[in-house]
Design a protein around this ligand. Structure first.
Ligand code: LIP
Length: 273
């Protein structure tokens, strides 16, 4: 019910603000950096600590709810996305930025009920930016409503795209080719290193589009809702319906723009989450 969603929303806002303090502590201090799937896929003790805090606090409040979270998945917990209320958590989206002191890092949390995301919260505690949305209620940045640019012309667009952490030659070639083919047609390309922050950039109108292959459900579940609530359009980069388990997204300030970008892309397949 609406009352329950309000309670979930208030609770998660409180929980991210607490966890944000731990992110900030780690951002400024020394941290232990380890690798996961490859030499450029990084994790720190702060990713794990922040995730533990988030899950613990949400579990205390909502003991029947389920969780999908990046570091739990990395340690072998299988991703099961069912109908139960499920919190989808990336404790630090932009871990490479976090390691290098580049301030685009964010806690990303979505709540899905019956597989539909109803709450999205993205908090960058370093820059003190809180993006949030509840389904049907609009998107907000630090409490103020935001709207996407509405841009319909690719030639007038600023587009965000990423290289990601895979160093697999075929994957890298396709990603470089995609950015190469887009740059030719647009004002500029930006790569700020966080899927969640990229989606917020489209939501607030500072980028007109964002696409990426190889990301995970916790990277884009919250940002997808925030962007849509800000008037943006999201889909599978191949043009079909967005699938949160499908490891990719195209998010644009208008449906027209998606129609111009999608045919230009070389599609890269990753195994579903
Ligand atoms: C990151 C994504 C980013 C992508 C990186 C990485 P993480 O998430 O947000 O868009 O390019 O490879 O997946 O691992 O920092 O949570």
């Amino acid at each position: 019910t609406e009352k329950e969603i309000e309670l979930y929303y208030r609770t998660v806002l409180h929980v991210v603000s607490t966890a944000g303090k731990v992110v900030n502590e780690g951002f400024l201090g020394k941290k232990r950096v380890e690798t996961k799937a490859g030499a450029a896929d990084l994790v720190t003790e702060f990713d794990q600590r922040v995730e533990e805090i988030l899950i613990k606090k949400l579990q205390e409040e909502f003991p029947t709810h389920k969780f999908i979270a990046e570091e739990s998945a990395a340690s072998g917990v299988k991703t099961t996305f069912g109908d139960d209320p499920t919190w989808i958590i990336d404790p630090i989206d932009g871990t490479t930025n976090f390691v290098h002191g580049f301030p685009f890092v964010a806690i990303s949390i979505a709540l899905a009920i019956k597989k539909q995301v109803v709450i999205g919260v993205i908090f960058n505690p370093v820059l003190d930016l809180l993006y949030s949305a509840v389904h049907g209620k609009g998107a907000f940045k630090n409490g103020r409503p935001i709207r996407c640019s509405g841009q319909t012309e690719l030639g007038l667009s600023q587009v965000a795209g990423e290289y990601g952490s895979s160093r697999e030659p075929d994957v890298l070639s396709a990603k470089c080719k995609n950015l190469r083919v887009i740059i030719e047609k647009v004002h500029s390309i930006r790569a700020i290193g966080s899927a969640a922050m990229n989606l917020c950039m489209v939501a607030e109108g500072s980028c007109d589009a964002y696409f990426e292959y190889g990301i995970h459900i916790w990277d884009y579940a919250a940002g997808d809702l925030i962007a849509r609530e800000a008037g943006a359009y999201t889909c599978d980069p191949s043009g079909g319906q967005l699938n949160l388990l499908h490891r990719c997204i195209l998010c644009t300030a208008s449906k027209e723009l998606a129609g111009q970008i999608s045919p230009l892309l070389t599609h890269v397949d990753f195994p579903d989450d």
